[in-house]
Design a protein around this ligand. Structure first.
Ligand SMILES: *Cc1c(COP(=O)(O)O)cnc(C)c1O
Length: 382
């Protein structure tokens, strides 16, 4: 039997266990130690984040954002429907109502031109999701935020090392534009720590409180810096910080960030060129707007129907390639559909039914990309 090409395979640099051993032997294994500092400093420096705090997941970072933004019952949050559950649940568990926005017609990101009509006097925040690491139209979103006094929280789970160039011609890292942002280091992302994430705070107003919420509602971070002479319970919070074991793993990945990114982008470009050559009219290639970059997180295609998509997935599987669909739009989810205001979200539904993601991971071979393209050709050309 031919071996199955998996959808994802975590990349390991080989240094992960060395650094974990070092962390364990240091005697400081809980959070906010040497490796946590190294990771946070790296991200702040490289991407221009005002403050970076490692968390145990992106979901945690989104929950911290909801707490920082003081989201509560009666508040409305605008998010795209075509996203992962976490984007919504972090706000729903604070009692907020989710108002779903549609995707763009030609890519799964939130259609920024259709947000304004959804804004009411109850709207508190917009949560754009940079799908596949490709930037949303951030100028438009930040303009709306300042016009209506809203908080923008970037769900940058997939968007490490990706950029947006706005009207001012400045190239900014995703995660550095909104008031707050959340990243994921789950093993399916570009750089990983098993489970893991990061909250980014760009708005100075939130920095002090973010450390308190991170450290179980205490001012322990200030105490460690010697800014206060005792620490205690001062606000709400939870245990959001990861142990040094997780941070040590992440540091081994960060050291190889460029190497990982170059390989992923190379594979992504091969997919793009190979499939473009096939010239299959029913298959749409991913669109990267001029203002966005590609970080090689994901290679997806959009089929012309649910039937064509499901057939493609099953034919690829029969040939040893594990391709997968993606989100069931959240406005149609069991949990939220009754609370949704019944607007039809045409583009979001289209990506739910027609999008297919192809295998993409560091160790994938160029020859396998060719084979997958060849298989797509034989399935879709008849
Ligand atoms: C992966 C992902 C998350 C969740 O990340 P975790 O670290 O697993 O909590 C949230 N939003 C999006 C868009 C994601 O892709």
């Amino acid at each position: 039997m031919k071996k199955l090409i998996p959808f994802n395979k975590p990349y390991l640099s080989g240094k992960e266990t060395d650094y974990i051993k070092d962390a364990v032997n240091s005697g400081k294994i809980s959070g906010n130690g040497k490796y946590t500092q190294k990771c946070q400093d790296f991200f702040e420096e490289k991407y221009g984040f005002k403050r970076a705090l490692l968390t145990t997941s992106c979901t945690d970072a989104l929950e911290m954002s909801a707490m920082l933004a003081n989201i509560g019952p009666g508040d409305e949050i605008i998010i795209p429907s075509f996203t992962f559950v976490s984007t919504a649940i972090a706000f729903v568990r604070q009692g907020a109502k989710i108002v779903f926005a549609d995707s763009c017609i030609d890519n799964p990101n939130i259609d920024a031109s259709k947000i304004e009509v959804l804004i009411t006097d109850k709207t508190k925040a917009i949560v754009p999701v940079h799908y596949a690491g490709v930037a949303c139209d951030m100028d438009k979103i930040m303009e709306l935020a300042s016009k209506y006094n809203l908080i923008v929280i970037e769900d940058a789970a997939q968007a490490i090392d990706s950029y947006y160039t706005g009207k001012d011609n400045v190239k900014r890292a995703l995660g550095s534009i909104g008031h707050l942002a959340a990243f994921s280091f789950h093993e399916t992302k570009n750089i990983i720590s098993g489970e893991g994430g990061m909250l980014v705070v760009n708005d100075e107003r939130f920095i002090k409180r973010s450390e308190i919420i991170w450290e179980k509602g205490t001012n322990r971070s200030e105490f460690f810096r010697g800014e206060v002479n005792k620490y205690g319970w001062v606000d709400t919070g939870s245990s959001f910080l990861p142990s040094e074991i997780i941070a040590a793993f992440l540091w081994a990945q960060i050291e190889n960030l460029e190497y990982i990114q170059n390989q992923r982008k190379k594979l992504w470009n091969s997919y793009y060129e190979e499939i473009k050559k096939l010239n299959i009219s029913s298959l749409k290639l991913p669109l990267i707007p001029d203002y966005a970059t590609n970080n090689g997180h994901m290679f997806y295609l959009t089929c012309s129907s649910l039937q064509e998509r499901d057939n493609l997935i099953s034919e690829l599987k029969g040939n040893g390639f594990h391709a997968v669909f993606h989100y069931i739009s959240l406005h149609s989810s069991d949990y939220y559909t009754k609370k949704h205001d019944s607007r039809i979200l045409v583009n979001s539904d289209k990506f739910t039914e027609c999008l297919v993601r192809l295998p993409l991971y560091f160790e994938l071979q160029e020859s396998e990309v060719m084979n997958i393209a060849e298989c797509i050709k034989s399935v879709c050309e008849c």
